[in-house]
Design a protein around this ligand. Sequence first.
Ligand SMILES: Nc1nc2c(ncn2[C@@H]2O[C@H](COP(=O)(O)OP(=O)(O)OP(=O)(O)O)[C@@H](O)[C@H]2O)c(=O)[nH]1
Length: 319
Amino acid sequence: MSGINQQGLPVSIITGFLGSGKTTLLNQILHNKLDQKVAVLVNEFGDINIDAQLLVSYEDDMVELSNGCICCTINDGLIQAVKRILARKEKVDRLIIETTGVADPLPIILTFVGSDFRYFTRLDAVITVIDAETFTPEHFDSEIAFKQISYGDILLLNKTDLANKQQITALETYITSIKKNPRIIPTQYAQVSLPLILDVGLTNTDSFLEPEYRHNSHHLKTDGFISMSFQSDKPFDVYKFHKFLSEGLPLEVFRAKGIVWFAGSELRHIFQLCGQRNDIKSEPWSNSPANQLVFIGRHLDADKLRQKLNNCLATSLTV
Ligand SMILES: Nc1nc2c(ncn2[C@@H]2O[C@H](COP(=O)(O)OP(=O)(O)OP(=O)(O)O)[C@@H](O)[C@H]2O)c(=O)[nH]1
């Protein structure tokens, strides 16, 4: 267990609902991490790990977890991954975990404070990212979204560029009504000074040793959200794909993201959809071109969606 300081490896958990800006925050941290060796665990709800491919430093100092939710079905995967990090010969300065958007952070917190990991790690803070434009007191009718705020030591009120002043004030009032003395930081693109969120020692780990938390460690709900993934080694026809988007995706699609290959283009396209907003950015490929997309929502008709995407595939590589 070399490379672990006396107080244990600092661990930060980034949580927050689907599309709120967790990966954006992780990228901000990795960009500004100076000379630190940061181990990262990225967990995704869908079958394909898109987020890990969008991180600024997708290198060997990063461990990736995918497929399912670390707060439940693959918690064993989380334990094994943390053990691997602790056993590394080279120095690791900190561990950052990005949860899926539908993860209850409690079982992940308990993994660190309620097991032998507490002797080797130090849970520093749970950072909750909130989409200031779309979050309402109904919190998407999701108990998980509510819990993410309840357990957050720091609440990043993100996407303030898309929200007006009244929305932001109403959200702050709401958060204050459910949480005592919340530490709220308004952000755009999750830009925050790192000393405000790292090495802050904000998680009251002892409080999680109370018996009331013992029964919560196997969370299996995803509040009705399901995911559908689409992969193809054939490119899309750009016009067909744009038509597919402009005709409107079913309202059931809450979040979509992916790496998209268009026939005739030498660039990879990063597709992001949060609610009614979608965005496509292009950049060079770092691997062989292919389409990889994930759609997340409630009551998704996966077969219909897959059929529509198949219809977008190009019939010739140079269309
Ligand atoms: N306008 C605006 N867009 C933002 C901001 N922060 C993030 N985004 C965009 O929101 C989309 C989702 O951001 P992500 O960081 O992928 O969100 P996430 O929470 O990791 O998403 P999931 O992992 O799917 O839950 C991306 O297109 C981001 O570029 C912001 O402050 N303002």
